[in-house]
Design a protein around this ligand. Structure first.
Ligand code: PGA
Length: 257
């Protein structure tokens, strides 16, 4: 059985030490004794260290929303994986649509970051997703296949099952509504097929595929009831700890039989 996942990213919405620590403490409180679900938070990078301190001893793992593709060296302004490991991070978000579109991150950089994260023993949360709604299944599969295979590149195939693939259709990020749940399930099935065809059946069965893009307490049930959806990646609609709690409980109820 694949362990269900609930992740949350604060992007750069909550950027002061006081507010960020208060928020993650509230999350840790509502996530108590929910250890059947894997939970991680990506605080705003500038407050990662104090947020990490606030999460110490809690059941919520944490990580960075981005890392440098290089371990260390002359890379001004980057955040090294060495620092986040030192803080106790376990997850790294890689290739979010905003990084690709606003900061021109390429698939080659995404590949280097994925490889480095796996080599260091952390869990990459690798974001993939088509730009626009694609009714045609084979076109959708082709776009995602290119993203997945280029991002994995020469990664040691035995590590691929450890990746969490975050399917985030770009057209559903930052909207009032998430993508239609049937479309999400169909796409997760396609993603599993891509992994199976390129690697092994066991890898495809082991890999967790989570959905992100306007997930809320009101739409999570519909999305999570599908078999190939292993969890959700929350943005804005999880900032309120009460909403986060409801999302987490729904995932647990549906996935833990
Ligand atoms: P959103 O963000 O839920 O605010 O759309 C999701 C994401 O970008 O991961």
């Amino acid at each position: 059985m694949r362990k269900p996942v609930v992740g949350i990213s604060y992007k750069t919405y909550v950027n002061t030490i006081d507010k960020a620590t208060e928020l993650v403490k509230a999350l840790a409180e509502v996530a108590k004794n929910e250890n059947e679900v894997e939970k991680f938070a990506f605080p705003s990078l500038g407050v990662l260290y104090p947020a990490a301190q606030a999460l110490k001893g809690s059941e919520i793992a944490f990580g960075a929303q981005n890392i440098s593709p290089y371990e260390n060296g002359a890379y001004t302004g980057e955040i090294s994986i060495e620092s986040i490991i030192d803080m106790g991070a376990t997850h790294v978000e890689i290739g979010h649509a905003e990084r690709q579109h606003i900061f021109h991150e390429t698939l080659e950089m995404i590949h280097l970051k994925t490889k480095l994260t796996l080599e260091k023993g952390l869990t990459p949360v690798l974001c993939i997703g088509e730009e626009a709604y694609l009714e045609n299944k084979s076109e959708r599969k082709q776009v995602l296949k290119e993203q997945i295979l280029t991002s994995f590149g020469e990664v040691d195939t035995q590590h691929i099952g450890r990746v969490i693939l975050a399917y985030e259709p770009v057209w559903a990020i930052g909207k009032a509504e998430a993508a239609d749940a049937a479309y999400v399930q169909q796409t997760h099935e396609l993603i599993r097929e891509i992994v199976k065809e390129a690697y092994h059946t066991e890898t495809a069965e082991a890999i967790r595929i989570i959905y992100g893009g306007s997930v809320s307490k009101d739409n999570v049930y519909e999305i999570i009831t599908h078999d190939d959806v292993d969890g959700v990646f929350i943005g804005r609609f999880g900032h309120d700890p009460a909403n986060y709690k409801q999302i987490l409980h729904t995932v647990k109820q549906v996935k833990i039989k």
